[in-house]
Design a protein around this ligand. Sequence first.
Ligand SMILES: NC(=O)c1ccc[n+]([C@@H]2O[C@H](COP(=O)([O-])OP(=O)(O)OC[C@H]3O[C@@H](n4cnc5c(N)ncnc54)[C@H](OP(=O)(O)O)[C@@H]3O)[C@@H](O)[C@H]2O)c1
Length: 311
Amino acid sequence: MKRIQYHQYGGPEVMRLEDFEPAPLGPDEVLVRVRAAAANPMDFGIRAGRMKYVTGRRFPRAMGYDFAGVVEAVGDRVTRLHVGDEVLGGTPIKSAGAFADVVVAQEKGVVRKPGNLSFEDAAAIPTVGITALQALITKGRLQPGQAVFVHSCLGGVGRSAVQIALAHQAMVAGSCRGSARSEARGLGMDPVVDFDFDPASLAGGFDLVLVTAGTLPVKAARTMLKPGGRIISILPTPANLARSVLPGPFQVMTARPVTKDLEEVARAAGRGTLRLPITRTVPLSQAIPALTELEQKNGTAKRGKLIITPN
Ligand SMILES: NC(=O)c1ccc[n+]([C@@H]2O[C@H](COP(=O)([O-])OP(=O)(O)OC[C@H]3O[C@@H](n4cnc5c(N)ncnc54)[C@H](OP(=O)(O)O)[C@@H]3O)[C@@H](O)[C@H]2O)c1
């Protein structure tokens, strides 16, 4: 078996494609033959050591969280999933390992894949879909007919949020790179503004402001709220975490592996109301250069998912 792993925290140069033996399955775990895996910004941040307090200092550490594939074995307490099921899901942050021939995940982080969804489209959605759903609905308590502003609306989480909010009968506006405004309008949003928009031009218009990337000062986001509105950020920076405990409309959210949420995301993808564009698909043997290129595109347009398939 092969997987992408690293023996020390660091930049793209620490990634290696190496042989490994999957650990014996725990009672609540499943072993999945990976048919497609998808990259997320957290793959790079965690490999760089930004979550050492969770991921620890034992090496080698595997890479990759989001995957779709076929169940090969199940632990003693697993009841919902069976050998042969086509599934999608995410691994725990601590173990990772989706950029591989096989991956071990907790049953609660894995759900059945809709039959009409390709493995590639399925792998693209777990992290971004569940984050958008929990930010909008669980934390943001968005109701049909309400108005939401998605700051950075064409990233993985932003685009998922736009689609989920529209399917929830909300009115959706957002910001993106100026050159991508017509693409954003094509999703059904109005208005669409540049990243450096003037918040005063949207004063008092929104029940929910969702910050998915970049920076939107809380003061600016507050200007945009209707009375009683909420600001949710998915960026757990020290400053945001500190602000989040203060009274007021601002909260930071970290996505959690809730099975029913992942099932809802999978159903939306099966219905065709949640789709992420795939910009590149590479085999595992060519994934390290592709991941390196994606990571180094920092600050330039990198919309769409990188998918890694078996060799
Ligand atoms: N809290 C959680 O549980 C959680 C979960 C998932 C992700 N996240 C975090 O959320 C962030 C977004 O994740 P993602 O998967 O959506 O990433 P992504 O797909 O890489 O999207 C990032 C987006 O940011 C946009 N961007 C670039 N410069 C910007 C600026 N100055 N202002 C606003 N936006 C700008 C990019 O636009 P262009 O395409 O035009 O360059 C891109 O669309 C990442 O930091 C990730 O680590 C947090």
